[in-house]
Design a protein around this ligand. Structure first.
Ligand code: FES
Length: 106
């Protein structure tokens, strides 16, 4: 089961473990990670799961769909490594994935 390290905007870290096939959003929710609100429940409709994927991991996920790119553009402080956590499906290759969290959502 891949472990994901979440890092808040102020440097607080929290580890979450998830089954392969789960999303980064689900891993965060299951472990009470602050900063992932997931208001739409993972339907790519709210951007309250905005996160920053560690540079080393960017190419390990499928590219963002157009709707995700559009939603991210409306999120708070979007960066080149911004993604929506609900669209990031975890696999065994994501062991040790590092995910940053924005200062606030939307
Ligand atoms: S949970 Fe709403 S867009 Fe990801």
């Amino acid at each position: 089961m891949p472990r994901v390290l979440f890092i808040s905007h102020d440097g607080h870290t929290q580890e979450a473990q998830a089954q392969p096939g789960a999303s980064v959003m689900q891993a965060a929710l299951d472990h009470g990670v602050a900063g992932i609100l997931a208001d739409c429940g993972g339907s790519c409709a709210c951007a309250t799961c905005h996160c920053y994927v560690g540079q080393a991991w960017l190419d390990s996920f499928a590219p963002a769909a157009t709707i995700e790119v559009e939603l991210v553009s409306f999120a708070f402080d979007p960066q080149p490594n911004s993604r929506l956590a609900c669209q990031l499906v975890l696999g065994e290759q994501h062991e040790g994935l590092v995910v940053g969290l924005p200062r606030r959502q939307i």
